[in-house]
Design a protein around this ligand. Structure first.
Ligand SMILES: N[C@@H](CCC[C@H](N)C(=O)O)C(=O)O
Length: 280
């Protein structure tokens, strides 16, 4: 017998996921479900699936599955959207919420207008710049590295924001053929767990124009952890200060790499697209 599941489609800077409250609707096989529902032609259409659950350690928990079914440790845009989901649906009245993720507990600060959440600031914790098992160098260190693909050299900075990011600065973002180079860098042998890839240009006003190829989902309109990684890499490469605006295809995020506690703070919009029901 078919079971009907209620879901909410939400987007943060254009990065869209299907959100399920697993307290009401447990999902037995999230890998298969994410692949099926993420498909734009035969499913709901999204960059992946996000499961909101209970937590023994925090107010709520998040699990995030990419469109190819792979599970990620963290998602910046989804963590903000969960803040809106739980507050607007009255699952909590708190305006500061803790969220358990596979990369630790994140703190969400909600910004409300007329009783609804419009923006969220997430304490994304410390960026990890080296000693990561997610990169395949003898000492596990690869802050800056030149990677050659099809005879062309790319100088990348590796930043882990719970999940892995390779950030490449270029003079003109229009020169990037993202559908061609994205999958080659994502699956490069240097990254045993694959990687997300960001190309970024520093604009004359000091903001960062960034485009992303996401591990497991391909081109998306924005990536929250990717925006944080890009801002951290820009500071480390002396391209910006500790605060920057990251401009992506689907919108902007404000990033602050705080020198006092070393944490990265991400602020940006959250939007509910629609509620729906689907048979499983
Ligand atoms: N879009 C996300 C990141 C989602 C996971 C990523 N593709 C991965 O596999 O690490 C964000 O907003 O951070």
């Amino acid at each position: 017998m078919a079971t009907t599941i209620k879901f909410t489609k939400m987007q943060g800077a254009g990065n869209d996921y299907i959100y399920i409250n697993t307290l009401e609707y447990p999902i037995a096989d999230p890998v298969k479900t994410s692949i099926k529902w993420s498909s734009y032609h035969t499913g709901i259409g999204s960059d992946g699936l996000v499961l909101i659950g209970k937590s023994a350690l925090a107010d709520f928990s998040m699990r995030i599955f990419n469109a190819d079914g792979s599970e990620a440790m963290m998602c910046g845009n989804a963590s903000r959207c969960i803040g809106k989901y739980v507050y607007d649906n009255k699952l909590t009245q708190k305006e500061v919420i803790t969220l358990e993720t596979l990369s630790g507990i994140k703190i969400l600060k909600l910004h409300t207008e007329n009783g609804l959440v419009e923006e969220v600031t997430v304490d994304m914790d410390l960026p990890l710049l080296a000693n990561s098992s997610q990169i395949n160098t003898p000492d596990g260190k690869m802050l800056a590295k030149t990677i050659t693909v099809d005879g062309k050299e790319y100088k990348g900075t590796f930043v882990c924001m719970g999940n892995p990011h390779l950030v490449i600065f270029i003079d003109d973002i229009k020169d990037v053929n993202l559908p061609a180079i994205g999958p080659k860098l994502e699956n490069h042998p240097l990254f045993p767990e694959r990687t997300n890839v960001e190309f970024a240009e520093v604009l004359p006003d000091g903001s960062l124009r960034m485009r992303v190829w996401e591990r497991g989902s391909g081109i998306t309109m924005a990536c929250g952890t990717g925006a944080c990684a890009t801002a951290v890499a820009a500071y480390l490469n002396h391209k910006t200060g500790r605060k920057s605006r990251v401009r992506m295809d689907g919108g902007d995020l404000q990033i602050h790499w705080n020198e006092k506690d070393g944490h990265v703070y991400m602020t940006g919009p959250v939007v509910k697209v629609f509620d729906g029901e689907i048979e499983i």
